[in-house]
Design a protein around this ligand. Structure first.
Ligand SMILES: C[S@@+](CC[C@H](N)C(=O)[O-])C[C@H]1O[C@@H](n2cnc3c(N)ncnc32)[C@H](O)[C@@H]1O
Length: 215
């Protein structure tokens, strides 16, 4: 975990992220290129949860597309700044591996450029399992993340960097209980996966968690 310092927008990530993730250029990239592609043809529904919003590059775009947006951020100063910037968003400080939301709370869950900040595959799987738990039947997980590369690891010097292996993600999501999984790789990793439900897919009823899969 990086040390907090003056002017840091997210104290729990290294200072390279302040220059990038809080910049208008990053917000424009996320909003103009990543989010339209990840959500193409996807109904986000009325109520959405964004996990790991950081300075809010995706938040401003998402909150215009759903009736209620909740955001779960583990970094307290970043969460406070986000709540001030987006007063209509229900920002909660917390760890996405242990969400406090009841089962079946959301129509969609979004995770953008955050999973690689989760230090182990097991904890990433806990987050994905929690996303499944809080989704309503038929709800959708939408996400993007950085691909593994030397540049990514250099950028994260002194910080957590545990990028998701794209090919393994499909099996991980399937094992956790997601259905209709799509994993795409171009400049970034993009994925969507559904909680089985009324759309005719065989599914687990609300409150029944899929068994975890090992690290
Ligand atoms: C690189 S930033 C991405 C911010 C934003 N989603 C974006 O795409 O610009 C990763 C964010 O995830 C948050 N985060 C990491 N692990 C988390 C966890 N277990 N629960 C909640 N938030 C977490 C970090 O605090 C940070 O704000």
């Amino acid at each position: 975990m990086a040390a907090a310092g003056p002017g840091r927008s997210v104290a729990s990530v290294n200072s390279n992220h302040d220059e990038l993730c809080g910049s208008p250029e990053w917000a424009a990239y996320i909003q103009d290129e990543v989010l339209p592609a990840v959500t193409a043809g996807v109904d986000l529904g009325r109520e959405m949860l964004e996990i790991g919003p950081g300075p809010g590059a995706a938040t401003g775009w998402l909150c215009q597309r759903v009736t209620r947006l909740a955001a779960l951020e583990r970094d307290e100063p970043a969460a406070a700044a986000l709540a001030a910037k987006f007063p209509g968003v229900q920002v909660t400080v917390g760890d996405a591996t242990r969400m406090s939301y009841p089962d079946c709370s959301f129509d969609s869950v979004g995770s953008f450029t955050m999973l690689h900040h989760v230090p182990t595959t097991a904890r990433q799987n806990q987050i994905l399992a929690e996303a499944l738990r809080v989704l309503r039947p038929g709800g959708v997980l939408v996400g993007s993340d950085s691909l593994p590369s030397n540049g990514l690891h250099q950028f994260h010097e002194g910080d957590t960097c545990h990028p998701v292996e794209p090919a393994a993600l499909l099996v991980r999501l399937q094992t956790l209980g997601f259905a209709a999984i799509v994993v795409a790789v171009d400049d970034v990793l993009k994925f969507t996966a559904r909680k089985a439900g009324p759309a005719g897919l065989p599914g687990r009823p609300c409150g029944v968690l899929a068994p975890g899969i090992p690290d």
